[in-house]
Design a protein around this ligand. Structure first.
Ligand SMILES: [Fe+2]
Length: 283
């Protein structure tokens, strides 16, 4: 019996004026759950049932991500980059981080650039969740994958500029909107990457049906502060170079128009084998 390990779906972003066509594989929410004997008993007890819970059809999240990496290796010549929007790891254990490092090293060996932004799970254990300690001790461990700055970083691939924002504490930190405004200066073709989507009316019903509440940031969702309004304004400004948002977190597929204008793509969880193959082209 053959088992389907991956569900890679095509998506297309048209940016008028682009001279070339690009292909980016988007991966999010793999929830890798490796741990070893160095883990404290309570953390091991937490992880064990999640290994079973995330193993859709008995296939571990590690095997799912390995299968996506096999796809990358087989199609590297047709790809221009890999986009990762968080919760690749379920917690920052040593085996998880070592696994992630091997995966990202593989991309470098294949000469494939990647853009990595953290998710709410990557950098926090359940019993040290987004504490000052986890922020100080574990979040910075992802800086090496995030252009040296987990909060915001910018990377150009061909004619496209990716800007990655950390909104994993269910908010945009004070100063982040201003940093985004600066990062957008002089840019023409920006794709914004963040873990948690922004609220869009058309996204609310599916979010509430899956999660029992709106876990997106903004209007009908989570409003820990008001900074999302500034970020949204920058995205929707008349001359904004932001052409689309690429996000995850929700574990299902969706596409909505933010402000009726800018597409926000949500890719389903790689824990179930999902990934999106974006074609970014001029027409
Ligand atoms: Fe998440």
């Amino acid at each position: 019996m053959s088992v389907k390990y991956t569900d890679i779906r095509p998506r297309k972003i048209v940016i008028p004026g682009l001279q070339k066509s690009y292909r980016f594989l988007h991966i999010t929410d793999a929830h890798i759950l490796l741990y070893d004997e160095n883990e404290t008993p309570d953390r091991a007890d937490y992880a064990a049932p999640r290994v079973a819970m995330f193993a859709e059809n008995g296939i571990s999240t590690t095997r799912r991500l390995d299968a996506i990496w096999t796809y990358i290796e087989e199609n590297a010549a047709q790809l221009d980059g890999v986009l990762l929007t968080g919760d690749i790891l379920d917690y920052p254990s040593e085996p998880n981080l070592a696994y992630l490092r091997v995966k990202l090293d593989k991309l470098e060996q294949l000469s494939l650039p990647y853009v990595f932004v953290v998710g709410n799970h990557d950098w926090a254990y359940f019993n040290d969740y987004h504490t000052p300690h986890s922020k100080q001790a574990d979040l910075p461990r992802f800086a090496a994958f995030s252009g040296g700055n987990t909060l915001i970083h910018k990377q150009r691939i061909g004619e496209v500029t990716f800007i990655a924002l950390d909104n994993t504490e269910e908010l945009y930190a004070d100063g982040l909107a201003e940093a985004l405004e600066q990062a957008l200066q002089g840019e023409e073709n920006v794709l914004l990457m963040q873990h948690i989507p922004l609220c869009v009316d058309t996204l609310v019903p599916d979010t509430v049906s899956y999660w029992n509440r709106d876990i997106n940031i903004g209007a009908t969702g989570i409003q820990k502060n008001e900074n999302w309004k500034k970020v949204q304004q920058l995205i929707l400004a008349p001359q904004s170079p932001v052409k689309a948002l690429i996000t995850g977190h929700l574990h299902f597929w969706h596409m909505d128009m933010l402000g009726g204008k800018t597409p926000q793509y949500i890719t389903a969880n790689a824990a179930n084998g999902s990934a999106a193959l974006f074609t970014v082209c001029g027409e």
